[in-house]
Design a protein around this ligand. Structure first.
Ligand SMILES: O=C(OCc1ccccc1)c1cn[nH]c1
Length: 229
């Protein structure tokens, strides 16, 4: 999978070199390229924002630099990209979204700042590929970089070969619509706290039943919204 990121803070994504995704980049599973939006400006001050038409506080990201950046990426794309713009006004990004996107050939993350990006950029991007405005949750960040990083990790780890043991991707929170069961490891007694006996019983059937019960109980307790059909 190829992933492009357009941002005014390219150094923010240096961390992708060291994380799990760094190895995937090394062995060619993920091809991540970060672009500085300011490299696509034409003025001396490398301006990326301006005042909003219609008035109001804050600044809006100018369309021109975005158009040049999207064109540069689309030109060297070998398959139709999916353009993802993290936004508080986007559709909810959930595990199913990550799974869907992990099968794509080319993702382009456009990181907005300020009050957002000129709306015409999304319209123009739709002439180059699929466009998704995606929200991590109902809160506002200063820019799309943190959200893009989270989405890149959630998607990248599902790309076949990126995570060593694919088994570990199956029993995860939200994969089966329920929260994950509690986990324990040695020692069996720690600071007066014991591991549930069933997990020490070696009785796999009972362990599976206990884990499922824990998933349902925790989901009902913490995320009843996940239980409605
Ligand atoms: O704040 C977010 O995106 C950054 C952003 C993008 C455009 C303008 C302002 C801020 C966000 C919140 N949930 N998911 C994403």
């Amino acid at each position: 999978m190829r992933i492009d990121v357009i941002t005014i803070f390219p150094e923010f994504f240096d961390v992708l070199e060291v994380s799990l995704l760094g190895k995937a980049r090394g062995n060619g599973l993920l091809d991540v390229r970060v672009h500085n939006l300011r490299d696509f400006t034409t003025d001396r001050h490398r301006t990326v924002d301006d005042t909003p038409y219609g008035g109001g506080a804050g600044m809006v990201m100018k369309p021109e630099p975005w158009g040049l950046a999207l064109d540069a990426i689309a030109q060297e794309a070998t398959s139709e990209p999916t353009f993802v713009f993290p936004s508080p006004a986007g559709e909810r990004f959930v595990q199913a979204t990550a799974r869907e996107w992990s099968g794509l050939d080319h993702l382009v993350f456009g990181c907005g700042r300020y009050e957002g990006i000129d709306e015409r950029v999304f319209t123009y991007a739709a002439s180059l590929g699929q466009v998704r405005l995606a929200s991590l949750g109902d809160y506002v960040l200063n820019g799309g970089e943190v959200a893009a990083m989270a989405m890149i990790e959630a998607v990248g780890r599902l790309v076949p070969g990126v995570v060593g043991n694919p088994e570990s991707l199956v029993e995860e929170s939200h994969e089966d619509g329920l929260l994950e069961y509690p986990s324990y490891t040695k020692p069996s007694e720690w600071r007066g706290l014991a591991v549930p006996d069933v997990l020490l019983s070696g009785h796999h059937g009972r362990v599976a039943e206990w884990r499922r019960d824990q998933q349902v109980e925790r989901t009902r307790e913490r995320r009843p919204d996940l239980l409605v059909d």
